[in-house]
Design a protein around this ligand. Structure first.
Ligand SMILES: C[S@@+](CC[C@H](N)C(=O)[O-])C[C@H]1O[C@@H](n2cnc3c(N)ncnc32)[C@H](O)[C@@H]1O
Length: 280
């Protein structure tokens, strides 16, 4: 890999750019950097030089380092639980605040808002959705996806609606399908709802003044080392109302102190002030 190690490179990246990947888990970041070197036919010294001198390259680098895989109604069982047990309890609130941290290209946000619409909760809901990667935020704002590739989510949607007793609900209510262009676009009444913005969970304070009823941070913590995960979960804990809910990805979990501060159901963690795990 040339003269400098990938760890040293990450420290330099932190010094010269707004990005700090030092506490991402070693395996995944190392693999990504190795791929970048190969794709650009560079050694570590050349990569560092380019990083220090070319801002556009740095943005492209962030795009290559972050993993942006996402899908509509990912892990339907989590949505089913949210729809039947969590979201209805928000009905009594005057306004509902939701944050999608690490939202990628927006499919998670739109899945959430479609279910909110089905429950009649859309009007009094505020949604912020953030990601470190500028490019995915641009895509999320557009809400336009490749139809061929995403076709199968119509089935996921129908099966979820069947299970939830909304058999008459129709995917076409939420998406404009264009077979000629091979696109499906989220309709305006949904697409206009979230405030999408770039935000780095690691380096920036949480800029939102309000507390949240639900924070989604699915398949993001998995890329961080355990210390960084703890630091971010502490921020989420502080930003949740009592009884508020944190939703994680299937391969993620709370550890240590915060395990005692949430009640777990599947991937859904409800903030609780009692040390329930301790006394069970
Ligand atoms: C695998 S995607 C998960 C998308 C969606 N939450 C889901 O589960 O389908 C992970 C996202 O986390 C974002 N991410 C990584 N590090 C981040 C950071 N420090 N701050 C904010 N977002 C970050 C990536 O850019 C990527 O879009």
């Amino acid at each position: 890999m040339g003269d400098i190690t990938f760890k040293k490179y990450l420290e330099e990246l932190k010094k010269h750019t707004p990005y700090n990947f030092c506490d991402y888990s070693d395996n995944s970041i190392q693999r990504r950097i190795e791929k970048i070197l190969k794709d650009h036919d560079m050694d570590m010294n050349q990569l560092l030089l380019k990083t220090k001198t070319d801002d556009d390259f740095v943005e492209k680098l962030v795009d290559d380092i972050t993993v942006n895989t996402t899908e509509l109604f990912r892990n339907p069982e989590t949505w089913e639980y949210l729809y039947t047990k969590v979201f209805p309890s928000l009905r009594k609130k005057k306004s509902i605040n939701i944050w999608h941290a690490g939202c990628s290209t927006g499919q998670e946000v739109y899945s959430n808002l479609i279910l909110f619409n089905e429950l009649g909760l859309l009007d009094h809901t505020n949604v912020v959705a953030t990601d470190i990667n500028q490019k995915v935020i641009r895509g999320a704002k557009k809400g336009e996806y490749d139809l061929n590739f995403n076709n199968r989510y119509i089935e996921v949607f129908d099966s979820l609606m069947n299970k939830l007793g909304n058999k008459s609900s129709d995917f076409g209510k939420y998406f404009e399908m264009n077979n000629a262009k091979d696109t499906m676009k989220v309709k305006d009444f949904i697409v206009k709802k979230p405030k999408f913005r770039r935000h780095d969970l690691v380096e920036e304070e949480i800029p939102f003044y309000q507390k949240f009823d639900v924070i989604f941070c699915r398949n993001v913590l998995i890329y961080f080392n355990p210390e960084l995960q703890l630091k971010i979960v502490r921020k989420f804990y502080d930003k949740l109302y009592d009884g508020g809910v944190l939703v994680l990805g299937t391969h993620e979990a709370l550890h240590g102190f915060f395990k005692t501060k949430f009640i777990k159901h599947g991937m859904v963690y409800t903030k609780s002030n009692t040390f329930h795990f301790k006394y069970k």
